[in-house]
Write a protein that binds this ligand. Structure first.
Ligand SMILES: *[C@@H]1O[C@H](CO)[C@@H](O)[C@H](O)[C@H]1NC(C)=O
Ligand SMILES: *[C@@H]1O[C@H](CO)[C@@H](O)[C@H](O)[C@H]1NC(C)=O
Ligand SMILES: *[C@@H]1O[C@H](CO)[C@@H](O)[C@H](O)[C@H]1NC(C)=O
Ligand SMILES: *[C@@H]1O[C@H](CO)[C@@H](O)[C@H](O)[C@H]1NC(C)=O
Ligand SMILES: *[C@@H]1O[C@H](CO)[C@@H](O)[C@H](O)[C@H]1NC(C)=O
Ligand SMILES: *[C@@H]1O[C@H](CO)[C@@H](O)[C@H](O)[C@H]1NC(C)=O
Ligand SMILES: *[C@@H]1O[C@H](CO)[C@@H](O)[C@H](O)[C@H]1NC(C)=O
Length: 458
């Protein structure tokens, strides 16, 4: 058989060759699995990955291999790593497939709003505000949410996420959901079981220095932080307080790595940093940055093909200034080196965030951020009397959950709201636990919305 360069069969062959060579590094079982993935793709008539993608995948697999050697990983752990790389590969292929289809059909300048959305809700990053945006978007359109079972507000965190934790999910039956956004320790395989093929994945990262200050204050009373006199004490005496297998250790070191499902106790090496960057950027379509929150919202609405009104929000789950602490330069440096993996992750995605802003256009960004702030000021005038300490709240049903030594602020609504605005204003300040309850109740009254795995955006 003669294969023409550029023909689909030729690219297919090439594709398999790349995998064969790379997977020699991993042994026979890996070769079989990779070929199975390649075959699956070919048989399903998907487009084959371009050469650049093939090279990229090759590099990724090599990096994985290097990391597994460097960290002396074998047995079950190695199998897990290989399982992950297989999925990452699938994700790359999915994305490429999606891209080529989009190029084929979308008219320039027009787009269809995304409704299949996965948000990895990271801790202490402003993610409650993002969740409120997603809740309202879905609520208004009667979209279905993947909620945790038994009325929980988290997917059995800090265990790795499993599709078993999703209320109403039946494997093999088409109980797919539109939106999933509650706390979990991310595991792509399992999320992929629950969400449709064309799901938009995004998450948010924050400067680890302010994040750890916040985490210490919020989780002060539990496990790992409970015995430390202060954040400084904890950092100076970390070996006394922190154990890699200890209770609630996740809140105390490389919290973002942990939430992403990566190893928070991994070694600090360039190879490991690179592996983490690649893994995250392969899976997530967009990574927001808390420290540039309004710019993040603008990029988000653009990527989702939403409007500025759709991402309009008030800051939720914020602490009162009295429980925020200024940190000395020394403490900041200690946090940075203690959370080296998170720091590297943050610096990298902060950089790619601003590259994305450049592509969007700095001036356009500035205009839209101003527009967003103007809208927020307007709606704040309509809805709010003010942000207050929890005990000064008039409507106790809107009181946010309190934790540790942090005092979480809430909002008082204007007393005589017009009926037409009332529900919107209420929803904008409804804390996550209360809103989750409302949505679970609403969903239990309706039939599950069954979405086919392969369905395109609807
Ligand atoms: C993996 O290790 C080999 C040998 O040490 C090196 O040549 C290669 O560049 C490494 N690849 C990556 C992606 O780190
Ligand atoms: C959502 O459901 C409610 C109640 O069933 C209905 O009144 C409303 O029109 C629906 N909204 C949309 C956008 O489908
Ligand atoms: C799958 O869903 C359908 C309709 O929602 C239901 O009738 C059927 O019993 C489900 N199958 C399983 C195995 O749960
Ligand atoms: C570290 O622990 C020691 C003894 O437990 C204590 O004396 C010291 O003050 C701690 N360091 C800080 C910075 O609090
Ligand atoms: C808290 O501090 C910030 C910045 O320092 C300030 O803008 C804000 O007004 C303060 N909030 C209150 C309620 O005092
Ligand atoms: C923290 O620093 C800010 C300005 O850098 C200052 O306004 C504030 O009073 C300081 N807070 C404390 C508790 O020292
Ligand atoms: C994040 O990016 C901005 C814009 O490029 C830059 O000013 C800032 O220093 C960066 N932050 C970190 C921690 O790298």
């Amino acid at each position: 058989m003669v294969l023409k360069q550029g023909s689909s069969d030729f690219r297919c062959l090439n594709f398999k060759k790349v995998f064969f060579v790379v997977s020699l590094l991993f042994g026979i079982s890996f070769v079989t699995r990779m070929l199975a993935v390649g075959e699956f793709w070919r048989c399903n008539g998907h487009l084959l990955p371009t050469q650049t993608t093939q090279q990229y995948i090759g590099k990724l697999l090599q990096a994985l291999h290097n990391v597994s050697q460097l960290n002396n990983i074998h047995g079950t752990e190695q199998r897990e790593l290989l399982g992950k790389s297989e999925l990452i590969l699938k994700r790359i292929l999915d994305l490429e497939d999606k891209k080529s289809k989009e190029n084929g059909k979308t008219v320039k300048g027009s787009c269809t709003p995304h409704r299949h959305i996965f948000f990895l809700k990271t801790h202490k990053t402003g993610s409650s505000t993002i969740m409120n945006i997603l809740f309202r978007f879905g609520d208004l359109r009667n979209l279905s949410f993947a909620h945790p079972t038994n009325g929980n507000s988290q997917f059995n965190y800090p265990s790795y996420f499993s599709s078993r934790f999703v209320d109403g999910f039946v494997p093999g039956n088409c109980s797919m959901f539109h939106i999933m956004c509650q706390h979990m320790r991310f595991q792509f395989t399992e999320v992929d079981n629950v969400m449709p093929r064309d799901t938009f994945y995004f998450t948010i990262l924050r400067n680890p220095i302010s994040q750890m200050e916040s985490s210490f204050s919020y989780y002060k009373s539990i496990g790992v932080f409970s015995k430390a006199k202060s954040l400084e004490d904890f950092l100076h005496n970390a070996s006394k307080y922190y154990e890699s297998k200890g209770l609630s250790r996740n809140y105390a070191k490389n919290l973002m790595m942990f939430d992403m499902g990566l190893n928070p106790d991994g070694i600090s090496s360039n190879k490991n940093f690179q592996l983490n960057w690649r893994t995250v950027e392969t899976i997530f379509d967009l990574v927001l940055i808390t420290d540039y929150f309004d710019e993040s919202l603008v990029l988000l609405k653009d990527a989702l093909c939403w409007t500025l009104e759709d991402v309009l929000s008030f800051p939720l789950n914020t602490r009162s200034n009295s429980t925020k602490k200024n940190l000395s330069k020394e403490t900041q440096d200690m946090i940075k080196s203690w959370n080296e993996l998170d720091w590297q992750l943050y610096v990298y995605f902060n950089h790619s965030f601003w590259n994305r802003v450049d592509m969007y256009g700095r001036e356009k960004m500035q205009r839209e951020v101003e527009e967003l702030r103007k809208l927020r000021a307007q709606i704040s005038m309509t809805c709010l009397e003010g942000e207050v300490d929890p005990e000064k709240m008039q409507d106790k049903s809107l009181k946010p959950y309190q934790s540790g030594i942090a005092r979480i602020l809430g909002y008082n609504l204007k007393p005589a709201l017009e009926q037409s605005n009332k529900l919107m204003c209420q929803r904008m300040v409804t804390p996550e636990l209360q809103y989750t309850k409302l949505l679970v109740q609403k969903q239990s009254k309706s039939k599950y919305y069954c979405i086919e795995k392969k369905e395109s955006i609807t």
